[in-house]
Design a binder for this molecule. Structure first.
Ligand code: GLU
Length: 505
């Protein structure tokens, strides 16, 4: 690629960023980094009615949490700034004016009531009303194509509301190119004359988007499939301005885990998984779950998002961000929708859990559990090392490890039935003796002494190990019994075995 690659993520701050948006940001990031280019964040906030306070901060925090920070954007490396469209307002009018002067756009004064009447009239005849070549000059619509120059100017001077519409060409076949979908062609006669600018001084998404991509020297537009229908207009706008268009890549939809349609927040609520990267409290007070708060590692989120639409063409599933940057290729992004699989997300999290430092996990575990307040974090880290293999989230830790911190208060009924026999008390008394006699209290010595005794006396492992485990854990679960004994220490081990013997008396 000869030109310096510049891509942008251009969200509208209308609420929390859906993970589909994070996937778009990620693919932009990967593409930029793969080609040594720049990843730009542009905030598309021209629609003030839909603006939500805090949404921009949420977007930035989400990107940072995923470790895919932007190179340029609001408040950062502002070479092509400002990066908020609301702060670029003054820029757009001249471009709308240019298209009008060149006869490529026109003023339209139709009120919403008038347009509504046209729409209803068409509907009554089973037709759809489209504002374009077939009616724009027929006289029923009020625009500068039918009014004289003076009439048009008089309306503007009188402060009448207007919009600037793009004059879509008639009878042309437009060739479009998409890096994922290949070549497409479209008959321009089906296009409507989209609004580019309004008399309140604000551009619409289409104009602002094209002007900014041009001014910010964007080379590749990578965005969701929902923008594919806008591609024709965007290409026509580039042509109208005489600008070289960027290359386009429209990412596949993210589909519900089952059934038809796009993944929605409701699917998440119904099936118990988040669809937002971070927890979000909306101004109306409702709270949406986030991957971060649910205990996912950012590496896991990035890894599963990468596989929503992309695949490396091999069996490999585990990819660090660096590996993704190295291997990412738009040619390997699918056209077909990518099905979201919440279980796979957990599978990735389990994997990345094993990669974390025990001390880091222990610190988090301790911070989240009041019962661990006074316990040495290094001891907790040793416990974590013994149990994390069975955990998907830090929130699973307590269930898997409570017996390292507190003695059992009761014994699982089923387990008791299975483990406790008539001779159990005698056996456990002998184990107490063996434990007491183990001077150097190590896992190896305990193992040698207890297993040695079992073998010599041909007792059967289950008869000893099951009640022993029940005494230590309160159930027939947990990691190696000798590890548990070593960790809780001699006195606590003896105390727990005695407690179980006590119940057998
Ligand atoms: N502001 C648009 C959005 O919210 C950006 C679409 C594009 O990337 O062109 O998705």
């Amino acid at each position: 690629m000869s030109k310096n690659v510049r891509v942008r993520f251009a969200p509208s701050p209308t609420g929390p960023l859906h993970i589909g948006g994070v996937r778009t940001a990620l693919f932009n990031y990967l593409f930029a980094k793969k080609h040594g280019g720049d990843f730009v964040l542009r905030i598309e906030d021209t629609d003030q009615n839909r603006y939500v306070e805090g949404a921009e901060d949420y977007i930035v925090e989400s990107l940072n949490w995923c470790n895919i920070p932007f190179d340029e954007g609001p408040g950062k490396n502002e070479k092509f700034g400002p990066y908020r469209q609301s702060e670029r307002k003054h820029l757009y009018k001249q471009y709308a004016d240019q298209l009008i002067a060149e006869g490529k756009a026109y003023y339209a004064f139709d009120t919403s009531e008038q347009l509504d009447t046209h729409r209803k009239g068409h509907e009554a005849e089973g037709k759809t009303f489209i504002y374009n070549w077939h009616n724009r000059e027929k006289g029923r619509l009020v625009n500068s194509l039918v009014l004289t120059k003076e009439e048009t100017q008089a309306k503007i001077d009188a402060g009448e509301d207007y919009v600037v519409r793009f004059k879509s060409p008639q009878d042309k076949t437009l060739a479009l190119k998409d890096l994922i979908r290949g070549d497409m062609s479209i008959d321009t006669n089906v296009l409507d004359d989209k609004i580019l600018f309004k008399s309140d001084g604000m551009p619409t998404y289409h104009l602002a988007n094209i002007v900014d991509d041009h001014l910010m020297e964007i080379t590749h537009v990578i965005r969701g499939e929902e923008w594919l229908p806008s591609l024709a207009l965007h290409q026509l706008l580039y042509d109208a301005f005489g600008w070289e268009a960027p290359e386009f890549a429209h990412l596949p939809l993210i589909l519900k885990p089952t059934g038809k349609g796009k993944l929605s927040k409701r699917d998440g609520d119904k099936m118990g998984f988040p669809v937002f990267p971070l927890e979000y409290s909306s101004p109306d007070g409702s709270i949406s779950r986030g991957y971060k708060e649910d205990g996912y590692f950012p590496e896991a989120v990035v890894n599963f998002l990468a596989f929503l639409g992309w695949n490396p063409g091999t069996e490999q599933e585990i990819f660090s961000l660096e590996q993704l940057v190295a291997d990412f290729d738009l040619a390997r992004v699918n056209k077909a929708g990518a099905r979201f699989d919440p279980d796979k997300t957990k599978w990735f999290n389990h994997h990345y859990m094993q990669q974390q430092l025990d001390l880091d996990l222990a610190t988090e575990f301790k911070a989240k559990n009041i019962l661990l307040k006074d316990i040495d974090v290094n001891y907790i880290a040793l416990v974590v090392g013994l149990i994390k293999e069975r955990a998907t989230f830090v929130s699973d830790f307590w269930e898997l490890s409570h017996f390292f911190f507190v003695s059992p208060t009761d014994y699982d009924e089923k387990a008791s039935k299975k483990a406790l026999k008539d001779d159990t008390a005698d056996i456990l008394n002998k184990v107490i003796e063996l434990v007491n006699n183990t001077e150097d209290f190590t896992v190896e010595n305990l193992q040698t002494n207890i297993k040695g005794w079992i073998t010599t006396n041909e007792i059967g492992f289950g008869k000893v190990m099951m009640p022993l485990r029940l005494a230590l854990v309160g159930a027939l679960q947990g990691p190696d019994v000798f590890d548990i004994m070593f960790m809780i220490g001699k006195a606590e081990t003896v105390k727990r075995i005695e407690a179980l013997v006590e119940t057998k008396k």
